[in-house]
Write a protein that binds this ligand. Structure first.
Ligand SMILES: [Zn+2]
Ligand SMILES: [Zn+2]
Length: 370
């Protein structure tokens, strides 16, 4: 029966002459596949009203918090003792004089001490909740967001991520270290105090595994890094490149799942974020993108995730990730949060994106909500 028109298709053919404005019902919407994750999105070509979309960002109550939080300079005694800090040379741990401070999470998802105690319960697999959950306090002031910080401060935050990833990867129980930041939502006083979370997990996250499978397959076939191929194609097309400097590029991913999501990548191949030494250029590019989010998009809530290669030592001992250094490429993913979920998206896993990446790029480049 393949090739036989469905009832819906026959209906469309039969009614074509009688439906007014038929042409308007024809669309150039596309399914697009993200070659890195293998996920498919549906990109709508219609001229969706961007102003209306931006008005639908998740509500932010009290964008300004009048009181100092207990994470400001001078309140160090009110927090757990610090794990790491970037601070003035003449200052002491757990005292003022710091720029960025890393604390253990008070109610962590995972705990640092103990063994994994891997076991099967019937057909289910269980491990004890071992891992690390750390909190990066990105400024000693409340109400100061990355887009308003000076570049040295943004660099310090990125350097701090690097130091913590390197340290946590020394622990062979941890296969992955994930750094992420959410802007404008959640956790009590911290909502007004710029911060990020670092989680080290004994299991590689499912999304990362998908990325590793796809990038390895590309490497086996072409002996090239999939990310490097994407970058060179995007730089020559230019249609989705928002901003670039000598070392980094910011682009709208081809199969972008959410309006205005952005990837920031090193142009030259680099597997691990922690190998990066160009913090000045990275900080400048990251800040310029977040300034655009604030000024053009009206400061939407967003999630920023740092995707770096997994803990290589833990893979090598199992015979995995042999070509990882050649086939994986770190990147930063910034995803604004809009209320666009439909029941179809929840049920199918296909995300419907109402602003094409090409249109999003134009808007972010020109500043005009077209
Ligand atoms: Zn948080
Ligand atoms: Zn690469």
């Amino acid at each position: 029966m393949s090739g036989f028109p469905s009832t819906a298709c026959l209906w469309a053919i039969r009614t074509r002459k009688t439906v007014h404005n038929w042409e308007r019902a024809m669309t150039n919407n596309q399914f697009r596949r993200n070659p890195i994750t293998g996920e498919w999105s549906i990109i709508l070509e219609e001229e969706y009203n961007v102003k209306e979309l931006l008005g639908r960002t998740q509500p932010r109550e009290n964008t300004y918090y009048g009181q100092p939080t207990r994470y400001v300079s001078g309140s160090e005694a009110e927090t757990l003792p610090e794990i790491f800090s970037i601070r003035d040379d003449d200052s002491q741990p757990n005292e003022p004089g710091w720029n960025v401070r890393v604390l253990p999470m008070e109610q962590p998802f995972l705990q640092i001490y103990g063994d994994l105690n891997s076991r099967g319960v019937g057909l289910y697999d269980v491990l004890d909740g071992i891992g690390a959950h750390e909190l990066v306090i990105e400024s000693d002031q409340v109400n100061l967001q990355i887009y308003d910080m000076d570049l040295t401060q943004v660099q310090n935050i990125l350097r701090c991520y690097r130091e913590r990833i390197l340290d946590l990867k020394r622990d062979n129980r941890f296969r992955y270290v994930m750094v992420h930041k959410h802007h404008g939502e959640g956790d009590g006083q911290l909502r007004w105090h710029s911060h990020s979370h670092i989680l080290a997990t004994p299991i590689a996250p499912a999304r990362l595994r998908g990325e590793l499978v796809n990038t390895l397959e590309h490497y086996r076939y072409k002996e090239r890094c999939l990310f490097c191929d994407i970058i060179s194609q995007e730089l020559s097309d230019g249609e989705r490149v928002i901003y670039q400097n000598e070392k980094f590029v910011a682009l709208s991913p081809f199969a972008s799942r959410v309006p205005f999501s952005v990837w920031i990548l090193p142009i030259k191949h680099e597997t691990f974020f922690e190998w990066n030494t160009e913090f000045g250029k990275l900080a400048a590019l990251l800040k310029s993108i977040l300034v655009k989010f604030k000024t053009i998009l009206g400061d939407p809530n967003f999630v920023m995730v740092l995707h770096t290669g997994p803990n290589l030592a833990t893979g090598k001992e199992r015979g995995y990730w042999k070509t990882l250094e050649k086939d994986y490429h770190w990147y930063i993913e910034i995803t604004p949060r809009f209320r666009t979920f439909t029941s179809f998206e929840v049920g199918s896993g296909f995300q419907v994106n109402v602003v094409s990446p090409e249109r999003a790029t134009k808007i972010l480049k020109t500043g005009e909500l077209q």
